[in-house]
Every structure is written in structure tokens, then in C-alpha cells.
Design a protein around this ligand. Structure first.
Ligand code: NAD
Length: 822
């Protein structure tokens, strides 16, 4: 068949090529004039093949066909006009001229969406089905008889682009070719278009693509995707015309975490999250937009809205702008391979290495003496824009701490004001638990309420793990030079030292630890632990391992030590801060991120630690603290698929349970530090003074709440009575009382249930026939005080010989030496 192709674009080109491949003769191609000297793809292809190409700017003037144009058209002698995407108005003289008439491609299921922008309207209307029609041309109103139609299901997040590329283009080309084939075979249909369901819509332009926010989320979503990518739906936000792309409907109703963005005309502000901008319809449902475009054409991931010259960023003064330009030149001189330093240029992605970090710090130092830059400041502000914002904030003397909002419980105690955070610490912020759930933390010294603490729920665990995962995978922590990570941990240790009296006071009122011991051990050793591990950061190395040279030989075996990811830490109540330090410090030094659950009864030093970690500049999400119950928070951490390792310190019973959960969930790595019942054996030839001293400290240290306590003491029979007498004399001298009093030896037990357990423990011992030598009772004063206690005549089969008391109870057994060393 002799065919005239009247159309344009890649679609026209493909139809043209396919028709030629199908054996038809293209006698002429009619397309649009060249734009900026560039021919349309259809024209280009036809010119290549030597097919006559006509580029009329128009076919009609004032509604009348231009005679010369019509004559030129007639001269090619086409038997059929094929119109793939024809944007011009073709006169009826031309349409009706060929023997077989004219067929047109239209990207909707006619009679729906007659007129322009049919794909846009299909999506804007939320049609569930779309497709295209090949119809016999009419006078331009898309009402001609239908030759064939093909339909497809519209996906919920289809955009104009995806629908076109997935179906309307490839299947449309095939449809046109099939239509021509049918005509050639004399089998083409002519089905009159029904009137029912007919719509006619106008062309969608940028001007009428403004978003009306007072609609349901689904309508908003359809509007945005129905304009995506052309012409783009937009709104005025913060005085800027912002165009929205890549919308998806969100199905859950929960409010995501992020920074609020006022959307004029919307019933709720939007939320800028890592994934994008969450917007709300007037039905309360939400959609997520992933890309935004500014008027100057710059496109950004919507999640970065606030990083980019929005109202959250500081407006620079003239002097600061000058400073910024100087620094831009410094960046340029360092990043030699980058042609231009844009606001979004990323220091490290542009090839900077740790040497360049030092250079940048020094270059900035040369230009200003008013603030000190640390290497980590660069790791935390890697784009030029963020870097300048950080420098300007420092220039103005703004304190980073201002970002951290802490709702303190303040106590005037121990000659100081202690400021205690009491909310969950997730992603660098103190926040309430889901549903505002709280519980009361008690002061064991007088049994009074200390403060209400947020009680983490399962969803809070999910949030914290997600924050830790993000901080590990995308945050600066991982990118940071290990030495700089070490510096941050040192800084944290310094801050803990600065706050050591406050930390020790909080530890005392929360756990009952004697203040001087808390200062030296609970807090002092925690600081030392962080210092020690800070030094390890840049000394973590693997090794090459000799192996046998089996075939294939020249094998190389080596270990490379890498951080594992999100680590969960679950700790007990006896040394709340120290247990945290032992596990957290090592974890952080290796580059992991942490979600820690303190014991429910002693959460306060962990929360103070969280505050100090933020002040030290540990990036958000790296440390997360969740006060809560073992059964909910601890269990969910053990089960969580995104937790890669769990470190647990606590009882053997719970340890077994946790190990099982870790295995069943995702075979996460687990390390357990559990209960004990270590013996201390005292022979008759010992230094008795020393033996008494050691015996007492190994049982009564930290009121017996000690995992390495001497759980049993075996004393050789010949010195047994003397030992017991001496111990009792010493115990009698112990000063029991207020742990904040510097002369107190023995403070209250950690919490009420523990005290009750100790009383029960002694009852069992009495029943089983152990001899109570001293104590065994609650001290008659407010609070949870238990007398230091001594039992003797303990036999191996007895309960107290086997079970850990975890309290101030000395359990003595007499032994006789049965053999002598030769
Ligand atoms: P515990 O086992 O009852 O509690 C420890 C932690 O585990 C708490 O945070 C608790 O909330 C949590 N937990 C409870 N049930 C859980 C579950 N199903 N899933 C996950 N987490 C859960 O122990 P405790 O009474 O707090 O502490 C005393 C025990 O800790 C003693 O046995 C003591 O010897 C031991 N301990 C050992 C060491 C050590 O280094 N080996 C140090 C201190 C204490």
C-alpha cells in the first residue's frame, strides 16, 4: 500500500519504520518544521531513506486549506494516510483524499478523553483502565469510527511517563501497523463511537496544573501523577513555585517523622522525611512525593528540601556571602577534577580523601580565627551548602547544642542541681513513647517516686532500629575516618568526666549505689572504658592467615574487620552506666550503631549519657536509648530482623531465652554475660586479715549486687569459727544508710522486688537448715535496705549453695582438707 505518514516524534518514526518493514511504500512524510535547526525524528529517518519529507508549518489559514499545500500532498498519490501523533490540524480535503481514507492514533479508550492531553486526563480521573484507539479520522474532534482498541490496567502509581513507555508507545506502534494490515486485507472495522461515556477535555498546561489542596489524598495523587512529567503539577511554597513529581499513595495512617513544611491551602502541613515529602488530603490520608523541582529547573529529592535554601537554612549576610565564595574557591582548589563547585557538590563523592579533610580544616583556619573546625565537622556536612551553613553558624557563635531539646527533670540534691532527661532517645532526639506511655522510676533510698520515664513500645523499637540502620548505612558514622570517630568518643568521655558528679548522683538516686563508689566505679570506670575504646578506633585490623598450599595454590586467606551494623544492647540494673559503657564503647569504636535498653528500674544514667553523646557530636541515630520492659522492648530487639548483633548482660535464665530468640529470628550474633556463683576458698594457712577483708569485699561490694561476687565461701574447718567471728565483727561496723552520705558503706538494694527476693532467699536458707549468723532482715527505715547477712553450715544440696543471691549474703561452707600435696 502507498502510505503518507503525517505525524512526528519517536512514535511517528517507529510507526514509519514498522510500516516499511511490513512491505508498504511510504510515498511521503508530513511533519513539523525543524526546531533550532534540528529535524524531528520522523523527518530524520525519512530523509535518511530518501523518502519525500514535507515540513509545513500549517495546512490551513483561517479555517481554509492552503491550496498549494493540498496540491503538494495530492502529488504523492497516497492510498492511505497514517497519522501517528499528529499535532497539526489536517484539512478534510487531505483526510478524505486517499482511497482508504485516514487513520489516527489516539492514546485513550475513545470515546473517553477525546481531545488533547488524553493520557494526563486518564490518570487525573483515576481511571482504572487505559489504552489507545486507532480510529478513522474525522474533522478533528476524535469522534470518527473505531478501527481497533487495546486496553491495559493502570497501576496505582503510574505516571504519564510510565504509562506511555510501558504500554501506549510500544503497543501503540504495533496497533498502528496492525490497523494498516487489516485495511490492506480488507478486514478493517468501522465501529461508530458510542455517545455514552464520552468526555472531551482540553490541553493541560503548566498554568492550569496548580494543585488544589482541599481534596482527598487520592485525588491529589492522581493530579500529581497525571501531570508527571509534563506539564508538572505545582504549588506555591515558601514563596517559591515548586513542581511535584513521583507521587505514591501511602496506605498507613501513621504520621512519619520529619520536619514540618507549611503547605498553603492544605489542612495539614507536609512532612519532609528521608523518603520524600509526605502530603495530606482533606480526608486525612497521605501521599508521598519523591522529587521536587524549583522554578530555575533544579530538581531535588524531596527529602532534601530543608537542606536546600529553604527557610530552615540561615540567610547569609553580604560578608558571609563573601566568606562562602572564598571557601568555594578553596573547595575548587582541593577538588581539582570538579569543574564547578555547586551547592550540592559533595566533598567525598567528588573524590576527597582524609588528607583533603585536614587541608580543608587548615584552609578555613587561615581564613578565620573566630571558630575552630574539627575533621568531623566535614564528615557531617559533606555538601558545599551544608558545609557553608555549618561554618556560618559557627561564625555567628551559634551552639550546636541548641538543636537538642531536652525536657529535664531537675533535682536539687547532693549540693548540685541534676538535670535528668526522662524521654526515649531516638535518632538524636528526646521523644515520648508511643501513646505517651510512661512509668515511675523510684529512689530506693526512701522509696519515693523520682520521675516519670517514657516507656518504650514495640513501635518505638522499630523507630530506633530504623534510625540506627539509617545512621549505619547512609550516615556520616560509617564514612568517618576511624581516627575522627575516636576523637568523638574521646570527646564523649571528656564530657562524661565534666559531668561525673552529676552522673554519679543520678546513679545513686536511681540505683542506690553509694555515691563515692558510683563516682569511682560506676562512672569513673565508664569514662575510662570510653577513653580506652576511643583509642582502638584506628587500630582495628585484620590479618593474613597462613594456609596450606593445596591446589589451586597461591591462595590468600585474610580477615578484614568491619562493623556489623545495628547492635542491640540489653543490660541489667546493678551497674547501669558501667554495663552500658562496657558494651557501647566497643560497639561504637568499631563503627556500629546502637539501640540500648537499660534495665527498666535504672534508666536514668543511660538517658543522661544519651544527652552527652549528642553534645559530643555523635551523629544522630548512632546511639538510641529505650527505657522499657524486657518482655516488650528486650524481646522485640532480640526478634528484630534489622538487628545484626545483640549483646546481653543479665540473668542466665533470660540469657538462654534471648539466645533462642536471636537464633530463631535471623540468626543474629549474640554475646551473653550471665549470672555466676563463683567460689572463694580459704585455707587454714592464709593471712587471716587479708582473707576476711577479701571475703567481705567480694560479697558485700556494691551491696552484693555484683555478678562477680563470691557466691560461696569455703573455709577450712580449723579456721572456720575464727573467720566467721571476724567477718561478723567487720559487718557489724558497716554503716548502713543514705548512699549520698560519704561515710556510708552499705546503701539500699536496687529496687523493691529485689529486696523481696532476698528476704525469700533467706527464708529458704533457714528452712533448709543453714545457720544464720548475722542479718537476714530488712532494715527498719524507709527505702529498700537489707542487712548484710552471713549464713554458715551451708551444704552443697541447698538452694542457696546453688542459686545466685545477687545481694549482700555471705554463704559459708566448712571443708576439711582430705589430702596433702606431696
Ligand atoms: P535480667 O536477666 O532479669 O534482666 C537483664 C535485662 O534483660 C533487663 O534489661 C531486662 O529488662 C531484660 N529482659 C528481661 N526479659 C527479657 C526478654 N524476654 N527479652 C529480652 N530482654 C529481657 O537480669 P537482672 O535481674 O537485671 O540482672 C541480674 C543478673 O545479671 C544476675 O544474674 C547477674 O549475675 C547478671 N549480671 C551479669 C554480669 C556479667 O557481666 N556477666 C554483669 C551484671 C549482672
Amino acid at each position: 500500500m502507498k502510505i503518507a505518514v503525517i505525524g512526528q516524534s519517536l512514535f511517528g518514526q517507529e510507526v514509519y519504520k514498522e510500516l516499511r518493514m511490513d512491505g508498504h511504500i511510504i510515498v511521503g512524510v508530513f511533519t513539523i518544521p525543524d526546531k533550532e535547526g534540528k529535524a524531528d525524528p520522523l523527518a530524520k529517518e525519512a530523509e535518511k531513506n530518501g523518502v519525500p519529507v514535507f515540513k509545513f508549518p500549517r495546512w490551513r489559514v483561517k479555517g481554509q486549506a492552503i491550496p498549494e499545500v493540498v496540491d503538494l500532498y495530492k502529488s504523492i498519490g497516497a492510498e492511505l494516510n497514517v497519522l501517528p501523533y499528529c499535532s497539526q490540524f489536517i484539512p478534510m480535503e487531505v483526510i478524505d483524499n486517499p482511497k482508504y481514507g485516514s487513520i489516527i492514533y489516539h492514546p485513550s479508550l475513545l470515546p473517553r478523553h477525546r481531545g488533547a492531553s488524553a493520557i494526563n486526563w486518564t490518570l487525573i480521573n483515576g481511571d482504572k483502565k487505559g489504552g489507545f484507539t486507532v480510529f478513522w479520522a474525522d474533522d478533528g474532534l476524535d469522534t470518527g469510527p473505531i478501527l481497533l482498541q487495546k486496553e491495559c490496567v493502570i497501576q496505582p502509581n503510574d505516571t504519564v511517563n510510565t504509562l506511555y513507555n510501558r504500554f501506549l508507545f510500544p503497543m501503540g506502534v504495533k496497533g498502528m501497523v496492525e490497523a494498516v494490515r487489516l485495511i490492506a486485507k480488507g478486514e478493517a472495522l468501522r465501529i461508530q463511537q458510542p455517545q455514552e461515556g464520552a468526555t472531551y477535555e482540553g490541553i493541560q498546561k503548566k498554568d492550569n496544573a496548580k494543585i488544589n489542596w482541599n481534596q482527598s489524598a487520592e485525588t491529589l495523587h492522581n493530579w500529581i501523577r497525571g501531570h508527571d512529567k509534563v506539564p508538572g503539577a505545582w504549588a506555591d511554597i515558601n514563596g517559591q513555585k515548586i513542581t511535584f513529581y513521583a507521587s505514591t499513595l501511602l496506605d498507613n495512617g501513621s504520621s512519619p517523622r520529619g520536619q514540618l513544611l507549611e503547605i498553603p491551602g492544605s489542612c495539614r502541613p507536609g512532612i519532609v522525611t528521608k523518603e520524600g515529602l509526605v502530603l495530606f488530603g482533606n480526608d486525612g490520608k497521605a501521599l508521598l512525593v519523591r522529587s521536587l523541582q524549583f522554578e530555575d529547573g533544579k530538581m531535588i529529592p524531596a527529602g532534601q528540601y530543608f537542606c536546600l535554601g529553604s527557610n530552615a537554612a540561615v540567610e547569609l549576610t553580604e560578608d558571609e556571602k563573601k566568606f562562602a565564595e572564598e571557601i568555594r574557591a578553596v573547595w575548587k582548589s582541593i577538588l581539582t577534577n570538579v569543574s564547578q563547585i555547586e551547592d550540592l557538590t559533595d566533598f567525598f563523592k567528588s573524590g576527597a580523601a582524609s588528607m583533603d579533610v585536614v587541608r580543608l580544616v587548615e584552609e578555613v583556619k587561615l581564613r578565620t580565627s573566630s571558630f575552630q573546625l574539627q575533621n568531623e565537622d566535614i564528615y557531617m556536612n559533606t555538601t558545599f551548602q551544608n558545609f557553608i551553613q555549618m561554618c556560618v553558624r559557627k561564625l555567628r557563635g551559634e551552639n550546636d547544642d541548641q538543636d537538642l531539646i531536652v525536657d529535664y527533670v531537675e533535682k536539687d540534691i547532693n549540693n548540685m542541681i541534676v538535670k535528668i532527661p526522662h524521654q526515649l532517645f531516638i535518632n538524636g532526639e528526646f521523644i515520648d513513647a508511643e501513646g505517651g506511655k510512661t512509668y515511675t522510676s523510684m529512689n530506693p533510698t526512701d522509696g519515693t517516686a523520682l520521675c516519670d520515664v517514657s516507656l518504650a513500645q514495640k513501635s518505638d523499637v522499630d523507630k530506633a532500629v530504623a534510625a540506627a540502620k539509617e545512621a549505619f548505612e547512609d550516615g556520616e558514622w560509617g564514612k568517618m575516618n576511624p581516627r575522627d570517630r575516636g576523637r568523638l568518643i574521646y570527646k564523649l568521655a571528656d564530657l562524661m568526666e565534666e559531668h561525673q558528679e552529676e552522673l554519679a548522683t543520678i546513679e545513686t538516686i536511681d540505683s542506690g549505689a553509694v555515691y563515692t563508689l558510683a563516682l569511682k566505679t560506676h562512672v569513673g570506670m565508664s569514662i575510662q572504658t570510653f577513653r580506652y575504646f576511643a583509642g582502638w578506633c584506628d587500630k582495628i585490623q585484620g590479618s593474613t592467615i597462613p594456609i596450606n598450599q593445596a591446589r589451586p595454590n597461591r591462595n590468600l586467606t585474610f580477615t578484614k574487620k568491619e562493623p556489623i551494623g545495628v547492635c542491640a544492647i540489653i543490660i541489667p540494673w546493678n551497674y547501669p552506666l558501667m554495663m552500658l559503657a562496657w558494651k557501647t564503647a566497643a560497639c561504637l569504636a568499631a563503627g556500629n550503631t546502637v539501640v540500648l535498653k537499660p534495665a527498666q528500674v535504672t534508666p536514668l544514667t543511660a538517658l543522661k549519657f544519651a544527652e552527652l553523646s549528642a553534645r559530643a557530636g555523635i551523629p544522630k541515630g548512632v546511639v538510641n536509648i529505650l527505657p522499657g520492659s524486657g518482655a516488650v522492648v528486650g524481646q522485640h530487639l532480640s526478634d528484630h530482623p534489622d538487628v545484626r548483633k545483640l549483646g546481653f548482660t543479665g540473668s542466665t535464665e533470660i540469657g538462654k531465652h534471648i539466645m533462642k530468640s536471636c537464633a530463631v529470628s535471623n540468626v543474629k550474633k549474640v554475646s551473653l554475660e550471665l549470672g555466676g556463683k563463683s567460689p572463694l576458698i580459704i585455707f587454714s594457712d592464709c593471712d587471716i586479715d587479708k582473707a576476711v577483708r577479701m571475703g567481705i569485699s567480694s560479697v558485700f561490694f556494691n551491696k552484693g549486687e555484683n555478678c562477680i561476687a563470691a557466691g560461696r565461701i569455703f573455709v577450712e574447718d580449723s579456721i572456720h569459727d575464727q573467720f566467721v567471728k571476724r567477718v561478723v565483727e567487720e559487718v557489724e561496723k558497716m554503716k548502713i544508710g543514705d548512699p549520698l552520705d560519704r561515710s556510708t558503706d552499705h546503701g539500699p538494694q536496687n529496687h523493691k522486688t529485689h529486696l523481696e527476693k532476698l528476704l525469700e532467699y533467706c527464708q529458704i536458707a533457714n528452712m533448709e537448715g543453714a545457720t544464720l549468723v548475722y542479718g537476714g532482715k530488712q532494715v527498719q527505715r524507709p527505702g529498700f535496705f537489707f542487712e548484710p547477712t552471713v549464713f554458715t553450715d551451708v551444704q552443697d544440696h541447698m538452694y542457696i549453695a546453688k542459686e545466685e543471691s545477687f545481694g549482700p549474703i555471705m554463704i559459708i561452707s566448712k571443708f576439711r582438707r582430705m589430702w596433702m600435696m606431696s
